[in-house]
Write a protein that binds this ligand. Structure first.
Ligand code: ADP
Ligand code: MG
Length: 744
């Protein structure tokens, strides 16, 4: 009998735990002011960016004027202007110690991509002498041609025209990424194919921002803002994430390969006591946050809040809102900085929507609003009756947008990670509905019934022609269960996944609202033929309020009653990614994207194919990892435990003890058998599914057949974890990964 194997303890786990709680706090060097004291943030905020303010300062007057014209009218940038900008950018970059530049773009993988080029170039000084100089031309700034054949195009590029192009997006500032041994200038770009097809997530976002502005301006003019020129969409993206010590991650192939734990029994103490939310932030984590914020400030990203989230080891940060396009780039950069800085602090930052079963997952609340060129928030009740009428009109337009396109909005947030989160009693359900709060509900209800609002009510003022509510800003109640909630002066799209590129859901939302502005403007034009302006606007609002009743819901979105009620109302209930992706194949449901020119038919189709492929590949990786973990970590551990139990049993001479011990053995054997059975069943299903070549069919196989089998295997292994000697268990446990911060 082999006695050594049964007594070998797994020492890496306790070592990882000790290393985790003893990790030193990392100190950083901050920027000093002229007196050698720590400089305030305002002094270095955005010092690693080159945006319009820099250009105004550094460019010749007419070059800057050309650039502004380009931005305002979408004109082509003259060559000389491009050269002038490139030269200013180069001078600034080189003065900061930058050696390389890259076009930074957002391929449909969901993350960002970059290809670096050095500034150096060879100059022929005279016949025989070569000199190295720093060189950066206008065309290098404006256009790149990365070998794009490895980025997903969803079939839009055949191999003979596999080229992709990147083009500078001058609306988003250039920025420098600093690493230990060098600095790189990043140029935010769009990425497109030979025929101008969008191969990225940024292009549709830019299109959506434009079309929303145009349609909103037309609408506002009818409402009485005759001098409206531009409407800006704004975004503040709250970002949730988990932090886990690197030593644990190194022992967990699932975290390394899939970003989430595929196995792991719940910790006796998880989030039940709800004592983590807004609790004091552990020192090590705080020093990580402080460095991350320092880096983000240098990149001009206005991070405002930080706090603990509901689950242990879960945290959140939120910026001050910005212009949509910039906020979207900034959120991508924030995710990159969080991951990079976490590693420096010996931790990994998990942006996955559901890294741990049984505790809350992570989302990204997209706070969305619109502002006119005076900077007035269109979704903010104002001080004058006109502002309030405009507010109600824009609110109605948004309601209509979500009501008509709820299915597409659900499709825009579909991902395998988000499937674990939506509807899991911790996050908004997979059903899109809108929460307005009781005061607004009352107002809309009175408008609908045509009843006069009580003039005695302080929140209401009488306009004579119509009742316009005078609403104070902070009146809204909160509803955490709603996927799309009005929060006083903005909507909060809360169902967006934590790892997602916000450009996708935001371009869908903007397109839906643009289409709704257009439709509403047409109706308003008709009404204006018969009625005075305020009355016509009120009439339109009344019509939209009636029409959109179904999408409004103030109750508990987590409840089963709501699911039943939503079904009765005929709202789309799309529980999984495959369900949601089918929406992209439906011409009627995606027509608003085509009409607003945010995505063409071909682009929608390509996005559907990419999403299907990504779903299948992501789950394939998870399934392979789960099988490998079970066969190379779990089953061998159970064998050792079995052996030890057998040896112990042999050694017992007391009949009483033997009898009691037998019960423990039987229990263990049952669980072991469960692991083996569920493993074999799952393995067979995976192998069978892989023989299929039709991706669409595989996607449905996976969600209907493979996923339930994988959950059964997980349950069996998690039950076994609770019966195996602690020193034998090979994977860091939930309590260690989630609660270690409390000791550091
Ligand atoms: P809460 O957690 O209560 O929702 P936070 O302060 O964490 O509040 O987040 C609110 C977010 O909403 C911030 O990012 C904030 O900048 C953003 N926000 C506020 N006003 C607007 C607006 N007009 N447009 C877009 N986002 C906004
Ligand atoms: Mg919020």
């Amino acid at each position: 009998m082999n006695t050594t194997s049964s007594t070998t303890a797994n020492s890496s786990r306790p070592n990882a735990f000790l290393a985790s709680i003893e990790a030193p706090v990392r100190k950083i060097e901050r920027i000093k002011d002229q007196f050698g004291k720590e400089a305030p943030v305002s002094e270095y905020f955005g010092c690693m960016t080159f945006g319009l303010a820099h250009m105004r300062e550094k460019l010749p007057k007419d070059a800057y004027a050309h650039l502004i014209k380009t931005l305002e009218h979408g004109k082509k940038l003259p060559k000389e202007t491009a050269e002038a900008i490139a030269s200013a950018v180069k001078e600034w970059s080189v003065s900061k110690g930058v050696t390389h530049f890259c076009h930074w773009f957002q391929p449909m993988t969901g993350s960002t991509a970059e290809k670096h080029d050095a500034f150096i170039s060879i100059q022929h000084a005279n016949h025989s002498e070569l000199r190295v100089i720093e060189r950066f031309t206008g065309s290098q700034l404006i256009q790149g041609e990365p070998d794009a054949s490895s980025f997903p195009s969803g079939g839009m590029r055949s191999t003979f025209e596999a080229r992709g192009y990147t083009a500078w997006d001058p609306t988003s500032p250039l920025f420098i990424i600093e690493e230990e041994n060098g600095k790189t200038l990043c140029i935010p770009t769009v990425f497109f194919g030979y025929h101008g097809q969008a191969l990225d997530n940024k292009t549709p976002l830019l299109r959506s921002v434009d079309v929303l502005s145009n349609e909103a301006v037309e609408f506002l003019k009818l409402v009485g803002d005759v001098d409206a020129k531009k409407v800006q969409t704004t975004l503040g993206a709250e970002q949730e994430y988990f932090l886990v010590d690197k030593n644990f991650a190194a022992l967990r192939p699932d975290l390394l390969l899939t970003g989430r734990t595929l196995l792991g029994a719940s910790s006796a103490r998880g989030q039940q006591l709800e004592d983590h939310y807004f609790g004091s932030i552990p020192t090590r984590v705080k020093s990580f946050m402080q460095e991350a914020e320092f880096e983000l400030y240098k990149l001009g990203i206005p991070i405002k809040t930080r706090h603990n989230e509901v689950a242990p080891s879960q945290f959140e940060l939120a910026p001050i809102f910005e212009d949509m396009n910039i906020a979207s780039d900034h959120n991508l950069l924030t995710m990159e900085v969080l991951k990079r800085v976490a590693l420096k602090h010996g931790m990994i930052c998990l942006l996955h929507e559901k890294p741990f079963a049984g505790v809350n997952g992570s989302g990204k609340h997209n706070n969305w609003s619109m502002a006119n060129d005076k900077g007035e928030n269109l979704l903010e009740p104002g001080h004058t009756p006109h502002q309030n009428l405009r507010f109600l009109a824009c609110l109605a337009v948004t309601l209509r947008a979500v009501h008509k396109n709820a299915a597409a909005m659900r499709a825009a947030i579909a991902s395998p990670g988000n499937d674990h989160r939506l509807g899991a009693n911790e996050a908004p359900p997979a059903i899109i509905s809108v929460f307005l709060g009781s005061l607004l509900e009352n107002i809309l209800n009175s408008i609908e019934s045509g009843k006069a609002l009580k003039a005695t009510d302080e929140q209401i003022i009488d306009l004579g022609v119509s009742q316009i509510p005078n609403i104070s800003k902070d009146y809204t109640d909160r509803n955490r269960t709603s996927p799309f909630a009005f929060t006083g002066n903005k909507f909060e799209f809360r169902a967006v996944g934590s790892s997602q590129n916000v450009a996708v859901p935001m371009s869908f939302l903007n397109a839906a609202v643009a289409a709704s502005f257009k439709e509403s403007a047409a109706e308003l034009r008709d009404l204006l033929k018969k009625k005075k302006r305020d009355e016509a606007v009120m009439e339109l609002i009344r019509k939209v309020v009636k029409e959109t009743k179904n999408i409004r819901f103030s109750g508990n979105g987590y409840s089963d009653e709501w699911k039943a009620e939503a079904k009765k109302r005929g709202l789309p209930i799309l529980n999984t990614t495959p369900d949601a992706l089918e929406v992209l194949k439906d011409k009627k449901l995606t027509q608003f994207l085509v009409d607003t020119k945010v995505l063409s038919k071909e682009e929608i189709e390509s996005r559907y194919h990419i999403a299907v492929e990504r779903y299948v590949k992501t789950l394939d990786i998870e399934h392979t990892t789960l099988l490998e973990l079970t066969s190379t970590y779990i089953i061998p551990t159970l064998e050792k435990q079995m052996e030890q139990l057998g040896e112990a049993h042999e050694a017992m001479s007391s009949a009483v003890l033997k009898k009691l011990h037998k019960a423990r053995m039987t229990q263990f054997e049952e669980v072991f058998a469960d692991v083996l059975t569920t493993y074999e069943t799952f393995k067979a299903k995976v192998e069978k599914s892989r023989k299929g070549h039709d991706e669409h069919k595989r996607m449905w196989d996976i969600v209907k057949d493979l996923q339930p089998a994988s959950f059964a295997l997980r349950d069996a292994v998690d039950a076994a974890e609770l019966l195996v000697a602690d020193d034998m268990w090979p994977l860091p446990k939930y309590r260690e990964m989630l609660l270690a911060h409390n000791l550091s």
